[in-house]
Write a protein that binds this ligand. Structure first.
Ligand code: NAP
Ligand code: GDD
Length: 324
């Protein structure tokens, strides 16, 4: 029988890759979207006709419960969240409502409608924040550095708690940063690839950034959605770190991006703008995904250098085609 999966946050970067992955694996895919006056679904437009869309909001308990009862999925992937770290300082309460309490609303809906539904919760390496161990693994203590990170810690623990309290098959995927040409333009990697492409195409002369020394363990989003699915296929529910095990600075990303575009050295184009420096920074993240490698047989395929090249080329092609 065909399996049904429900994805919250299907309009986001990960939601679009996960929907493609699940369709390829023969699933019926239903995506939950919130109502807006203008519908912007550019990441999933190419999937219309293959996926179903249902209206709901993480802020609304009754809509969550009604959706789970109507769709009757065997798997739910909870990807919806306020996911941009700087916005969590300007909208801390809303971030808590979406990113923290939204998880409880979903788990409550599952518990009341059908406790056999398997649930994936999108947790984050931001929970490690001011890291207490290098590299970070499942047992590393959390020390979040933003209201977003704090909200994700709540989401993680409520997932663990519902697993232990109600025997739900609920997994928390602690994913390190993952990027793609579909990444939102406010995140640093896409801001850089888009900015470099603009300079290349003569549409801009500079790129304004914040802290170039921050280091992240960056992987490709297409590789990471496979890990989400593998967690829900395992015999027992558990929590997993998903990462490449390599770390690079924002400066490394910038340098390679300018080289890929054939612009040479980045220094003449890049300006440091204090507006993009955070009140509290996560200086360095590097994950140890040994548990996922051993128990799920998951490994990332796209390297850091390939990722930078993929993103820069996609933006140069997009803007170049526009300019022609
Ligand atoms: P994203 O592109 O920002 O997508 C977020 C999604 O959540 C969008 O579809 C958004 O819908 C939806 N959403 C936000 N608030 C909602 C609400 N109240 N009700 C329903 N939907 C709502 O994020 P992403 O990069 O795909 O990340 C997916 C998830 O993984 C997020 O939970 C994120 O925090 C987490 N995560 C991401 C990374 C990463 O590096 N990408 C790493 C670790 C964890 P709209 O289109 O309507 O805004
Ligand atoms: N956004 C942004 N813009 N970040 C900048 C800039 C800039 O102009 N200049 C430097 N940075 C630095 C930030 O200070 C941060 O240290 C790093 O680049 C990465 O920033 P983001 O790309 O915004 O991602 P993030 O690491 O804060 O959060 C992302 O990854 C988390 C997983 O660790 C998001 O996808 C979160 O949702 C996710 O949980």
């Amino acid at each position: 029988m065909q399996k049904t999966a429900l994805i919250t946050g299907i309009t986001g970067q990960d939601g679009s890759y996960l929907a493609e992955f699940l369709l390829d694996h023969g699933y019926r895919v239903v995506g939950m979207t919130r109502r807006t006056s203008t519908e912007v679904h550019e990441r999933i437009e190419h999937l219309f006709g293959k996926i179903e869309i249902i209206s709901g909001d993480l802020l609304d308990q009754s809509s969550m419960q009604a959706i789970v009862a109507e769709v009757r999925p065997v798997e739910i992937y909870n990807l919806a969240a306020q996911s941009f770290v700087p916005a969590s300082w300007t909208q801390p309460v809303l971030t808590g409502e979406f990113t923290a309490l939204g998880v409880t609303r979903l788990l409550e809906a599952v518990r009341h409608v059908d406790a056999s539904i398997r649930v994936y919760q999108a947790s984050s390496s931001e929970m490690f924040g001011k890291v207490t161990e290098v590299p970070q693994r499942e047992s590393t203590p959390f020390y979040p550095r933003s209201p977003y990170g704090v909200a994700k810690v709540y989401g993680h623990w409520i997932t663990v708690n519902y697993r232990e309290s109600y025997d739900l098959f609920a997994c928390s995927g602690i994913l390190f940063n993952h990027e793609s040409p579909r990444r939102g333009k406010e995140f640093v990697t896409r801001k850089i690839s888009d900015g470099v492409a603009r300079i290349k195409c003569g549409l801009a002369t500079e790129l304004r950034l914040g802290n170039l020394e921050a280091q992240r363990d960056w992987g490709f989003a297409g590789d990471y959605v496979e890990a989400m699915w593998l967690m829900l296929q395992a015999e027992r529910p558990d929590d997993y770190v998903i990462a490449t095990g390599r770390t690079h600075s924002v400066r490394d990303f910038v340098r390679i991006a300018f080289e890929v575009a054939g612009l040479g050295a980045y220094e003449p184009y890049v300006t440091i703008d204090p507006r993009f420096v955070r009140p509290a920074e996560v200086d360095m993240l590097i994950g140890d995904a040994a548990k996922a490698r051993e128990r799920l047989q998951w490994t990332p395929k796209v390297s850091f250098e390939e990722l930078v090249e993929m993103m820069v080329r996609a933006d140069v092609d997009r803007l170049g085609a526009h300019a022609r």
